[in-house]
Structure formats: C-alpha cells, structure tokens
Design a protein around this ligand. Structure first.
Ligand SMILES: [Zn+2]
Length: 77
C-alpha cells in the first residue's frame, strides 16, 4: 500500500490521538491506525471508523467517562 497523498510506501501502524469536537470542547480519543511516515496522512480501517462513530454517539448521549487533561484555548486576534 502506498500513500495516496505523497506516494510513500512507508505506512506504519501507530497510536494517534483523534480529536472529536463537541461544542467548545475537544475530546481526545487514542486510537491505533495506519499513518504515512512521509506526510502524516491517517488511514482508518472500518473497525476504527466504527469505533470513532460509537464514541461520538456515546458523547452525544453523555454515556462515556471522560477525564479532564487540559484546556482548549483560543487566540484573541
Ligand atoms: Zn504520505
């Protein structure tokens, strides 16, 4: 498999942090997925897509445990 963006053959499985935005909040979800070492493009398989959809659904229903790890800050420009 080659990257569709930069055509690098260097695609490896990595732990990444996916961000889901809920209003003004950002929820960080650690997932394992294939990432291009050349340009950083992420390739999600069906399982990971389903997992992220499930988490989004749980976030809407507020039925998932969250831990506060930081703040979301916005530049005033
Ligand atoms: Zn790439």
């Amino acid at each position: 498999m080659r990257c569709v963006i930069c055509s690098s053959p260097d695609i490896e499985e990595r732990e990444v942090e996916e961000e889901i935005r809920i209003g003004n909040d950002i929820v960080v979800v650690p997932v394992k997925t294939k990432v291009c070492a050349g340009c950083g493009e992420r390739y999600y398989d069906r399982k990971t897509m389903t997992l992220l959809e499930e988490i989004e659904d749980k976030l809407e229903k507020k039925s998932i445990n969250l831990r506060v790890v930081g703040k979301v800050l916005k530049c005033q420009i």
